[in-house]
Design a binder for this molecule. Structure first.
Ligand code: HEM
Length: 483
């Protein structure tokens, strides 16, 4: 056997060195990842025992610590679940410039939504324009403009419940749907068979499964380029997109016609139309931005109200205390209004405690790291998915003493509302984190405050409930109960 020529030996040695260095760096990075459950090397961690994931992760936090690493297989990015306020604040709030991405969702975002749905959109120029538009039209100052609508919706709901008390879940759905449709398009709903709502529900029914299901396009994105006759998922997803865009465009155009006729009342869409050119949004983008608010804001608000009723039914003492405050401030002659809210710290503490105790978005929405992010002695690598386990954060005894106990007093000091170090204004993390924090939170919070005040003012809520009976879906909601 003749010896290898010298240059070949040098190349071989260099190659070996590179591989060694790569393995060493990889191992080092691997060592610096938080622990997690053992997972199948190919399929990753796949546990399906019917327990909602936020409770399953809460158990894993107890076993492995505040951050758990989950693997979905060798070709998939790692997922980190954050179980403490400290980790979520550091990684998602303080490093928000590196943690505001969204994981790639090929079917939902790229095909069904043609990259126009805010919630699942990755960071980039379009997302920045969307967030700017929402900041200008939904921020605290703007949210005040919608208060009269919210007071009216609360009154209608109390009237309907006085006639049919057991229908509260349906009434909250109508109230939230009408609230968001009025805020977005000045389109109040008296009935749920309204023509736009029927079309919206149809569209939600088609789109919703793609929030959960991973199709072959998500597993192997290159398949998106397969010709249509070989690509049934893409074909269906594009049909759904066309249906959704047509609906959003119709609703947006109706507001434009009203504006042209000088008949448009204040709404998200009318304000957006004033700003659309300056914000550089096309008609399709603006229509989608407006239409998708319903998806993000309707079910969440009604579920949070149902969770509030559940909290009141199971904590009669807290209910009576909030009612006593309302009696003293509002009296029985008139319903509560937004002007009363500053004088109702117990109401605020009671509502925000219900949002802490039973969060309806207990895992928020996944973020993607656009840079490596250090945390303690770990480095979470760029490209990973990060999920805040809001359930665990809200039930951490280091942040909330006796976290399983419903106790609005934890948010009261010298007769005023007092939040937590990581959320001074509301004391909970239910609206998410960092640059992706819910842009509708001021609108949502106002609906919930006036809704909760009106319910407590008008009714005593009583019944038998299982306080852990929540749907295994995101956002979650209490399973049907009598009150
Ligand atoms: C109780 C009611 C609500 C809750 C609990 C809630 C919660 C959340 C959460 C947890 C997120 C994800 C945050 C993150 O990624 O860190 C989110 C995003 C979002 N929410 Fe809400 N939300 C509510 C109501 C609303 C309302 C009323 C609107 C619209 C007016 C709205 C519009 C949105 C939008 C557009 C996003 C996507 C933001 C983005 O990805 O940049 N939400 N919400």
């Amino acid at each position: 056997m003749s010896p290898l020529p010298a240059p070949a030996v040098q190349w071989l040695a260099a190659g070996l060195l590179v591989v060694l260095a790569w393995l060493l760096v990889g191992a080092k990075r691997g060592q610096r990842l938080p622990p997690g459950p053992r997972s199948h090397f190919w399929t990753g961690a796949k546990v399906k025992d019917g327990t909602p994931p936020w409770l399953r992760y809460a158990r894993l936090h107890q076993e492995h610590g505040e951050i758990i690493t989950l693997s979905s297989g060798p070709l998939q990015p790692k997922m980190f679940v954050l179980g403490t306020a400290a980790a979520a604040h550091e990684i998602l709030d303080r490093h928000s410039s590196s943690s505001a991405g969204r994981p790639r969702l090929v079917t939902l975002q790229e095909v069904v939504s043609q990259n126009m749905r805010t919630l699942s959109m990755d960071v980039g120029p379009r997302w920045s324009r969307y967030r700017k538009a929402m900041a200008e039209t939904l921020a605290e100052g703007s949210a005040r403009h919608y208060q009269p609508v919210q007071e009216k919706e609360a009154r209608i709901t109390v009237d309907a419940l006085a006639r049919q008390p057991s229908s509260f879940a349906q009434q909250f759905q109508r109230m939230s749907a009408s609230g968001i449709m009025t805020v977005t398009y000045d389109h109040p709903l008296s009935r749920m068979d309204d023509v736009w709502i029927v079309r919206l529900f149809d569209s939600i029914k088609n789109v919703a499964p793609f929030f959960i299901a991973r199709t072959y396009l998500d597993r192997l994105p290159v398949l998106v380029h397969l010709p249509m006759f070989l690509n049934p998922v893409k074909r269906r997803a594009l049909e759904i997109h066309a249906q959704e865009l047509a609906l959003f465009t119709d609703m947006y155009a109706t507001v434009r016609t009203r504006r042209d006729e000088g008949k448009a009342a204040d709404s998200f869409a009318s304000r957006l139309q004033e700003r659309q050119a300056r914000l550089g949004l096309s008609d399709a983008e603006a229509a989608y931005l407006s239409g998708a608010l319903y998806f993000a804001g309707s079910d969440t608000t009604s579920a949070a109200l149902s969770a509030f009723v559940l909290a009141m039914v199971s904590n009669p003492k807290a209910q009576r205390r909030a009612q006593a405050e309302l009696d003293a401030v509002v009296g029985s002659e008139r319903m509560p209004t937004f002007d009363d809210l500053p004088q109702l710290p117990i109401l605020r503490a009671t509502l925000f405690e219900s949002m802490r105790w039973r969060p309806i978005s207990p895992l928020g929405f996944p973020h993607r790291l656009t840079e490596d992010v250090p945390y303690k002695n770990y480095v979470l690598p760029k490209g990973s998915t990060v999920l805040a386990n809001i359930w665990s954060i809200h039930h951490d005894p280091r942040e909330y003493s006796d976290p399983d106990v419903f106790n609005p007093d934890r948010f009261l000091e010298n007769g005023a509302f007092r939040g937590t170090w990581f959320s001074p204004q509301r004391g909970h993390a239910g609206f998410g984190h960092g640059k992706r924090i819910c842009p509708g939170l001021h609108v949502a919070e106002r609906s919930l405050l006036i809704g909760a005040a009106s319910l407590l003012w008008a009714f005593t809520m009583a019944g038998e409930v299982d306080t852990m009976a929540f749907a295994n879906k995101l956002p979650t909601a209490p399973l049907p109960f009598d009150a």
